[in-house]
Write a protein that binds this ligand. Structure first.
Ligand SMILES: [Cu+2]
Length: 297
């Protein structure tokens, strides 16, 4: 009686597990292995992050399969068989084994520490004379990208003496929240040149994130962040604020257009020719009510 109940319970368990697996697989019909790994890096710094990701992934996978394989082997090979009525010999302590399984994880952790340190140095490396400097102003709920000429700080672009010298890309909210005819603000940068971003928030914490650069940095009010990157693949890359920053946070998208130096200079020149932007100063005033077109030039 007890045995039959146990068997039924086991069968019910198997059916439930198969059902759960079917539900799980049906939910993953869009699953592709491509989505399970980070995107191809489009910057030198992103490639460094990607390299260490790959190394950690390979080590993690090797450890997983080794440990799971040994567990399965032990469970199957040393399972209790008919007639096994006594415990197998009980062993306590094995110095050689214990040294090995302590030393290997320590070696892995130390190697990863050194590699992470090197990667961090690559990602955070800064040159004192970046060829391109951009002021990035984040506010509820858009972005402004301010290009100031050599010798002018982006914060001073609003001064009358600098009129016509700066280029400002103003982000606008999609009218009525409708994205169909809306383009997020675009940051133009030349390929293979170091670009410095001076990240500034005028209100709450935002976050600068471009998935293709495998990079994210919070922008905290009253504490500007300076980052540098070198995009090495021409293309247009999506960006998004990734700190929930209020009602229209989801509209804080932007694009980074990586183009040839010639195209970049041509774009800058075209933007510098009149008619100039109505105001080059950051205008953090978002719309009061619903998302609507704001101060686009
Ligand atoms: Cu934000």
């Amino acid at each position: 009686m007890g045995l039959t109940a146990k068997r039924w319970a086991r069968r019910a368990g198997v059916v439930a597990a198969l059902g759960a697996l079917a539900v799980l697989l049906s939910a993953c019909s869009d699953f592709s292995l491509r989505n399970a790994v980070p995107p191809d890096a489009a910057s030198v710094q992103g490639q460094a992050s990607r390299n260490i990701y790959d190394i950690v992934f390979v080590i993690g996978a090797a450890v997983f399969f080794l440990v799971e394989g040994l567990i399965l082997f032990a469970v199957v090979h040393y399972r209790r068989r008919a007639g096994d009525d006594e415990l197998p010999p009980q062993i306590h302590g094995n110095n050689r084994l214990e040294i090995i399984w302590t030393a290997i994880p320590i070696a892995i952790v130390l190697a990863l520490f050194v590699l992470s340190w090197q990667t961090l140095n690559t990602v955070d490396a800064r040159t004192p004379t970046p060829p391109v400097r951009i002021g990035v102003v984040a506010y509820q709920w858009q972005w402004e990208f301010v290009y100031a000429p050599e010798g002018v700080a982006w914060q001073d672009c609003g001064a009358p003496v600098n009129k016509g010298k700066c280029v400002t890309v103003f982000g606008t909210l999609p009218a009525g929240g409708d994205r169909s005819n809306w383009t997020p603000p675009t940051m133009h940068v030349p390929v293979n040149e170091t670009v410095e971003l001076q990240l500034h928030s005028t209100d709450v914490i935002h976050s600068f994130y471009v998935p293709a650069f495998l990079f994210q940095r919070d922008i905290t009010p009253r504490k500007d962040q300076v980052i540098q990157f070198t995009a090495d693949r021409i293309g247009i890359y999506r960006g998004q604020c990734t700190q929930f920053c209020g009602l229209y946070h989801q509209f804080m998208e932007f694009q980074v257009q990586v183009e040839s130096k010639v195209d970049y200079v041509a774009w800058l020149q075209q933007e510098l020719t009149p008619p100039p932007a109505p105001s080059a100063a950051p205008s953090p005033s978002g719309p009061a009510g619903s998302p609507a077109a704001s101060s686009a030039p």
